[in-house]
Write a protein that binds this ligand. Sequence first.
Ligand code: ZN
Ligand code: ZN
Length: 374
Amino acid sequence: MANKDYYEILGVSKNATKDDIKSAFRKRARQLHPDVNKAPDAEEKFKDLGQAYEVLMDDEKRSLYDRYGAEGLKNAGYDFNGPFEFGFGDLSEILSSLFGGGFGGPARNPNAPRRGSDLRLDFQVEFEEAVFGIERDIDITHLETCGKCDGKGMEPGTGPSTCHTCGGTGQIQQTTQTILGHFTQIATCPKCRGTGRIISNPCKKCHGEGRADVSKVINIKIPPGVDNGTKLRVSGEGDSGKNGGPPGDLYVVLYVKPHKLFKRDGINVYIETGITFSQAALGDTIEIDTVDGKKQLKINPGTQSGTVLSIKGAGIPYLNMPARRGDQFIKINVNTPAHLSDEEKKIFSRLAEIESQKSQKESIIDRFKGAFTG
Ligand SMILES: [Zn+2]
Ligand SMILES: [Zn+2]
């Protein structure tokens, strides 16, 4: 092993960064893995690759190797002769990501405090409630720490016993000899599920879970300006934590019911309204609906169908800034009368005559204009 060039084995340069080394290792490990590569020396090369990786990824080992070579490492107590062992560091993590389980480190401690899960609740509000905000009582169900056993999962007055399968460590260790060397696998103890303890008298109320479903009513404040999909976080109302961990949060996701009159786009409100021919021609002031109630809207003389008018500040409040509001937009439709009374017919006929005279006059003027300019 004295002659092995770790840089060459990995195919990286002397000043390769750790990222370079990592990606080179991944690439070569895939090619050399004995499951894939049936060449007789693949196994040996795979071991060399692992050594090269371990040395070059470790600042101290790399510097020793750079200065004194493999001999330097040996003198410093790093002896790679004998079967190569995969530890539980970075390397095994990479290997398990490349080739699946079996290289993994110990599972996380199941006795450590764990935060409870966040919960989601979909909640529908009326259009106006979304605009102006409201306080509502809502029913929720979440896991709460069992009051009887205080979350311990045991009948009060009883204690747990040490798991005999794992001796209380929660883990079992298996060392397997393979063509690649020793693989030490640490698995969660199946008997105690990693807790190291056996509960012989589970709490009757929570069946040993330490938490139980509780339904309750909570009061939530829906602020002005919420929209479809707005998430309100209710701190601490998710599931309670485990082993003394903090509770999760509750997220109330809002759905706003559509309104029969108003359409909403963000902070603006849209509405359509009809006016008559005479209102369009002569102008008028009409009353229209807004989220604040009825408001006056001025129609200018000569308003065309399809004109969009607006009322500033009559829209939706900005969420968290309710003093600022969007606008209301009003699309004007000029309604053509469909059923005319005799009197209306007379008036429209008269109007038609005037319009016809007017257009004759205009065409004469146009001809005169043509004579002067042409
Ligand atoms: Zn156990
Ligand atoms: Zn309990």
